[in-house]
Design a binder for this molecule. Structure first.
Ligand code: HEC
Ligand code: HEC
Length: 134
């Protein structure tokens, strides 16, 4: 019994070691496929950015990414493409409003507030959307 639990403990330690090592590898490796974010961002800055996006939308990394840490550069999910478009939109809005990287006027959280689908006005907001179209 003691042998079994020793093996389980060793296996857990090994797993934790592997997870920690792959997290380190993710931080150290240079990003491969940035199309919107500045290409000179470090992995640490990217990880921080991704954490804040994850929280703003109330999702896991795998909402936009397939596989594990080694697969983040892949573009296999439409949600990742959608997120790139959203990033460009947020950039445009900040340009229009005078927001900067240090003091942004608009972020993902401005609309999403922890939810994947932002809340729409109680009456649907259709009249305003229609009026603005003309
Ligand atoms: C809402 C969608 C979304 C979520 C959630 C998300 N990401 Fe991303 N991630 C992206 C997009 C979009 C890019 C590419 C940005 C670009 O093209 O400039 C990206 C790029 C990355 C990259 C750079 C990959 C490379 O080599 O080019 C890493 C690393 C990454 N994400 C990690 C994470 C982690 C870790 C999480 C969870 C904490 C996460 N992402 C959550 C959308 C998302
Ligand atoms: C001006 C408001 C606004 C801002 C700011 C905004 N979004 Fe969105 N986002 C929306 C709306 C509206 C939808 C469509 C929701 C629906 O389908 O009902 C959406 C949808 C999405 C989706 C697809 C949802 C799904 O079902 O997978 C993703 C991913 C997303 N946004 C990511 C982002 C990210 C990342 C940011 C910040 C870079 C961001 N959004 C900023 C308004 C916004």
């Amino acid at each position: 019994m003691r042998v079994v639990s020793a093996i389980i403990t060793a296996a857990c330690a090994l797993t934790i070691g592997v997870v920690a090592a792959s997290a380190d590898a993710e931080r150290q490796q240079a990003p491969q496929n940035l199309q919107v974010l500045p290409k000179d961002m470090t992995m640490e800055q990217i990880t921080q950015t991704m954490q804040s996006i994850r929280q703003a939308l109330g999702v896991q990394c795998t909402h936009c990414h397939v596989g594990g840490p080694a697969d983040r550069a892949k573009d296999d999910k439409p949600e990742k493409t959608m997120a790139r478009n959203m990033m460009k939109m947020v950039q445009n809005l900040n340009d229009m409003l005078g927001g900067t990287a240090e003091a942004p006027m608009v972020t993902c959280f401005t609309c999403h507030r922890g939810a994947l689908k932002p809340a729409i006005a109680p009456d649907g907001g259709g009249l305003l959307a229609l009026a603005l179209r003309n």
